[in-house]
Design a protein around this ligand. Structure first.
Ligand SMILES: [Zn+2]
Length: 506
């Protein structure tokens, strides 16, 4: 789902610390009382949504508004004469990042301090200032975001994962005890997913706790498959595009995973993909919609519909002018209010997701509102390899190579022919994100891509520099960053990438 969010959720389980480093780093944040309270309240809302959801939501909103107005200089200024949340102007990531030191309700939280933590790979999942988890988004919308989670918000995400994402009954392996979880995701930074997994591993202590292993999505597919086969996980957590590529190997008899569950997030999951994955792996497919800003916005039910966790999250669907749209209509943007995090409040925070509230109740019987999210729809590229074979390149892996090695976030990679790729970079313009020196940036990206393609076995692929800026899809309005051959080269309207939000949240 453009939804971006990958698989995050290992958190709710306790991972065995097999192989973890012995470290002097502060243990990840965890508050047993907050965890019990979040689980208890989430369970009550599950049991009787009509009785519990609205009171819980109102209580949490009142507490959030109170602490934000009292302790956040940024929100105190913005609040002005507003009387209710609806009177508050929506806030952008750019505004929050520019006012970072005034944003949080704890004055010890500074951008300088957070950036210092994020610059140290060894500090992944460390409790910052003794009590916070910090992660960053990769900045597909132009600027990376830095998000600080307190123990209470982590407890809420844990509770949602355990009690909603996995469904009311998730035997075998209640809480994942004794099972092996494989996480395949972006590992090149303090992203929400990998930070969550690392937190899980470090918090684990019981011998019956699940084993959690992490693999980079940049691993060449054959090596990834071999590693997974050796690991024999019961639960695989990854992006839809990665699961689909692995399913093709499973169907061909080159992979023999026996999964109990498949957890997905971070990209669009189509109904056809969901069905194919469920059949191929013969297990339930769990899907969620989350973001770096709020890890657990909605969870898919057994029918594949996303249900908003509206006891923990407010999600307003808005048109281009910021006015509410009617249920059933697709929003231009959404305003997110995260009721779980009182340390770094997000009140009417703008996400460029195209969300629609469904007007009919879901056949699953859930009372949580059903939504549709038009999410990321980047392509997996298939390129020629030695011996007539094919090299399969996942979109997230290609994107992270370009981002990390090239230092850019605004780009578009198009496959023009079997052996030809074109890379388009957004030029710098006043007030917009872009590339200051396109020639140098392209050279860095092309070199990194070339090395990456060779490592995956691709041969004879030529990468050219696109002369036009990345363009949004004319139909969906979304910026697709990797476009495969099946869609042909696109020559749509001239619109600079102002992109989509970071999906590497997980
Ligand atoms: Zn449903």
């Amino acid at each position: 789902m453009g939804a971006r969010h990958p698989p995050r959720s290992l958190r709710s389980l306790r991972g065995r610390a097999a192989g973890r480093r012995v470290s002097t780093h502060p243990a990840p944040p965890f508050d047993a009382w907050a965890w019990l309270q979040a689980c208890n309240e989430t369970a009550l809302a599950n049991l009787d949504p009509r009785a519990w959801v609205a009171p819980l939501r109102e209580r949490r909103l009142a507490a959030l508004l109170n602490v934000a107005q009292r302790d956040s200089p940024l929100y105190r200024r913005r609040w002005g004469g507003a009387r209710t949340l609806a009177d508050l102007e929506p806030v952008s990531k750019t505004e929050l990042m520019q006012g970072f030191d005034d944003w949080a309700t704890d004055r010890a939280i500074t951008r300088e301090g957070a950036e210092a933590l994020l610059a140290d790979p060894a500090s992944l999942s460390d409790a910052w200032l003794g009590r916070y988890l910090v992660w960053s988004s990769s900045g597909t919308s132009g600027e990376p975001g830095i998000f600080v989670q307190d123990a209470a918000s982590l407890a809420a995400y844990d509770a949602i994962d355990s009690l909603r994402l996995r469904g009311p009954v998730h035997a075998p392996g209640l809480w994942g005890m004794g099972r092996t979880f494989a996480y395949v995701g972006a590992t090149g930074g303090h992203f929400a997913g990998v930070a969550s997994v690392e937190r899980l591993r470090r918090l684990a202590w019981a011998p019956w706790a699940p084993r959690v292993q992490v693999l980079s999505v940049q691993t060449p597919l054959p090596a990834l498959a071999a590693a997974l086969q050796a690991m024999s996980p019961q639960v695989l957590v990854t992006y839809p595009s990665c699961a689909v590529a692995l399913a093709a190997l499973q169907q061909a008899g080159d992979l023999h995973l026996r999964l109990d569950e498949l957890w997905l997030g971070g990209e669009q999951l189509s109904a056809a993909q969901r069905q194919q994955l469920g059949q191929t792996f013969a297990c339930p497919v769990r899907n969620n919609y989350g973001a770096s800003e709020c890890y657990s916005i909605a969870c898919a039910c057994a029918l594949g519909r996303l249900h908003l966790n509206d006891d923990w999250v407010l999600l307003e669907t808005l048109d281009r002018q910021g006015r509410p749209v009617a249920p059933g209509e697709t929003a231009h943007t959404v305003a997110l209010t995260n009721l779980a995090n009182r340390t770094q409040p997000l009140l009417r925070y703008v996400l460029t997701d195209r969300v629609r509230y469904l007007t009919h109740p879901c056949a699953c019987g859930s009372h949580f509102p059903a939504i549709e999210v038009q999410g990321r729809a980047d392509d997996t590229l298939v390129l020629p390899a030695a011996g007539g074979r094919k090299a399969v390149l996942l979109p997230l892996a290609l994107e992270s190579v370009i981002e990390e090695a090239g230092g850019v976030t605004q780009f578009q990679l198009l496959q023009l022919s079997a052996k030809s790729l074109e890379l388009r970079l957004a030029p710098a313009a006043p007030g917009t994100p872009g590339v200051a020196d396109p020639a140098a940036a392209h050279a860095r990206c092309a070199a990194a891509l070339d090395a990456f393609l060779r490592a995956h076995g691709a041969q004879g692929v030529h990468i050219t520099r696109g002369r036009q800026a990345p363009c949004r899809d004319a139909r969906s309005g979304k910026l697709r960053r990797v476009i495969g051959l099946q869609d042909g080269p696109s020559e749509p309207p001239q619109q600079t990438a102002a992109g989509h939000r970071a999906r590497r949240s997980t």
